[in-house]
Write a protein that binds this ligand. Structure first.
Ligand code: SF4
Ligand code: SF4
Length: 331
């Protein structure tokens, strides 16, 4: 690992910026954080999850799948000129991306996703750098390089072949074999999510055993205002719709993120809507990650990034609903 000063880190980012489409966490004028280019604002590495969908770099909200010209020519989108290098993801974000990779590779590979994802590098930030200095845990997968704040020093640790390539090109910094502070933080962080993971396991079991009555969903969903923020920020939400857009000399086939909290999400051409009530849509959003995906993939596909609980204006995030399910119907 390398120990870097803040200045060495910034120089490292600038050198990476030459070969990659680099995005780093920056501070916006209103005090919040966002992913931006290195000169778009002051670096803001500390603070935990950024309130934006981390998978959006590979699966943007709206994109053109193909263009069909009047002349009969079919045009496919060209790959990006430089691969992405994303700095500032949390462990949960990196693990979500690893799942979305698997999702978009299963059965039929989604080339639109992989033309951006292939060659991309993920740098996870962890250590004592969450909001108000709390500990962020280490990623189990999906991470190429780690940037760690141990409370006093910035450490850079390669985790994959791509990570090593970037690491070896870093100028400056002090090489160290190991750091006792890292081990301490890892041990401490191992217990961090245990209670929340157990909560999801218990609510998942209740859903799989069909122990949550419809009445529960009818009651809780009354407050949903269908703003769709829960879906639009969730790193593992992958639903999109496809439509054709006619221009003067061509037709563009586009895709656009969809939200299962919207009334038209599952409406069929006949008019029949299997998710015609807010209650069935709210149940579907939660059941998908904790029930259906648990059955399909053998694991829950909420990685507890925390965004839906933070952004839902009416308290219908996955943790809040899981807590309520376990409180009312748990053993
Ligand atoms: S906490 Fe919410 S937003 Fe984050 S992965 Fe789970 S369901 Fe998605
Ligand atoms: S964020 Fe909350 S209010 Fe908005 S659509 Fe999702 S559940 Fe409904």
């Amino acid at each position: 690992m390398k120990v870097l000063t803040p200045l060495e880190l910034e120089e490292t980012f600038r050198s990476w910026d030459a070969g990659y489409d680099l995005r780093v966490p920056i501070r916006l004028p209103d005090g919040t954080r966002a992913w931006g280019k290195i000169d778009e604002g002051p670096l803001a590495l500390r603070g935990g999850p950024i309130l934006a969908k981390p998978t959006a770099f590979f699966f943007p909200q709206s994109e053109t799948e193909l263009e069909y010209e009047e002349t009969g020519k079919l045009r496919l989108p060209s790959p990006p000129s430089r691969p992405f290098l994303l700095v500032g993801l949390t462990a949960q974000d990196a693990e979500s991306i690893a799942f979305v990779d698997e999702f978009f590779r299963a059965n039929f590979q989604d080339d639109l996703y992989f033309r951006r994802r292939e060659g991309a590098v993920i740098v996870v930030v962890w250590g004592r750098c969450g909001q108000n200095g709390e500990l962020l845990r280490r990623a189990k997968q999906g991470c190429d390089l780690e940037l760690v704040w141990d409370g006093e020093r910035l450490l850079l640790i390669p985790r994959s072949e791509r990570g090593w390539e970037l690491y070896l090109a870093v100028r400056g910094g002090k090489e160290e074999e190991a750091s006792p502070s890292l081990e301490e933080m890892e041990k401490e962080a191992a217990c961090l999510m245990a209670a929340d993971e157990e909560l999801l396991r218990r609510s998942s079991a209740l859903l799989l055993e069909d122990r949550i009555p419809d009445q529960f969903w009818e009651e809780v969903s009354k407050s949903c205002i269908a703003c769709t923020a829960c879906n639009l920020l969730c790193p593992t939400c992958t639903c999109f719709e496809v439509y054709d857009w006619k221009e003067e000399n061509k037709v563009e086939r586009r895709r656009l993120w969809d939200s299962c909290q919207l009334e038209g999400f599952a409406r069929e051409a006949s008019g029949h809507n299997p998710l015609g009530t807010e209650a069935s849509r709210t149940r579907r959003r939660i059941h998908h990650k904790l029930g259906a995906d648990a059955a399909r993939w053998g694991r829950i596909t909420c990685f507890l990034c925390g965004r839906c609980d933070v952004v839902c204006p009416t308290g219908l995030g996955i943790k809040a609903l899981s807590r309520e399910m376990v409180r009312r119907y748990g053993p």
